[in-house]
Design a protein around this ligand. Structure first.
Ligand SMILES: [Zn+2]
Length: 219
């Protein structure tokens, strides 16, 4: 999920260069290329992760670095070209006007973020719908209002395969709903009210055209 540019809740995560020990000419973890709409991989349902080995740790680190470099707050595997049930989320730099309960406790965000969610399943909890202007790293410069239920419970596995349950609301819930949608091939433009989507249609078509031209030009 892309951060908003709106000044009041601008989300710019600090770049984490230097923190990583892997790859790159000067020992930085390289950001991966983010897939844009309407690359077909964005419509693929992700395969479940069945093997929990060290390659998942590397994938998570690469995706977190990519998300931070792009100033995003969430990134799904489809967005780096892999149709997997795998996404990352980091809301440490966002306004914390949301609540959470992880495995029955309330640990500080710093203890579990960046958060890697593997094979996540979202259950909507009875709550009001809220509206928020969402962005998406696969849709540069396109933002629009999306209604979603406020509260969810998500079960997922971590990088070791250990299952967890996270109940949350507000921006954390919204971000997880947006990312888990990606894992099932659903995009935020699918969730927009018709009038909002119609207003963005020209930009969306232009983006699809640009993405197609870039893929045709690629070797
Ligand atoms: Zn997105």
């Amino acid at each position: 999920m892309g951060g908003r540019t709106h000044a009041r809740r601008s989300i710019h995560l600090p770049l984490a260069h230097g923190k990583y020990t892997l790859r790159g000419l000067n020992n930085r973890l390289m950001a991966l290329r983010i897939v844009h709409y309407n690359d077909p991989v964005l419509r693929k349902k992700g395969d479940p992760v069945k093997v929990f080995d060290s390659s998942l740790g590397l994938l998570s680190e690469q995706m977190v670095a990519t998300m931070h470099t792009a100033s995003g707050i969430g990134l799904a595997a489809q967005q780096i070209g892999k149709a997997l049930q795998f996404c990352v989320v980091d809301l440490r730099a966002a306004d914390r006007d949301f609540t959470w309960e992880l495995d029955g406790a309330k640990p500080p965000l710093e203890l579990f973020m960046p958060l890697t969610l593997i094979n996540p399943v979202v259950t909507l909890l009875p709550s009001e719908e809220t509206v928020y202007e969402e962005g998406c790293l696969s849709f540069p410069d396109i933002r629009g209002d999306v209604f979603r239920p406020d509260a969810i419970r998500v079960t997922y596995q971590d990088l070791q395969g250990t299952p967890h349950t996270l109940a949350c609301d507000g921006l954390l819930s919204r971000c997880i709903q947006h990312e888990v949608d990606h894992l099932n091939g659903t995009l935020f433009i699918d969730r927009m009210e018709k009038k909002v989507r119609t207003g963005l249609e020209k930009k969306i078509k232009e983006l699809a055209k640009q993405t197609r031209e870039e893929s045709e030009a690629a070797p």
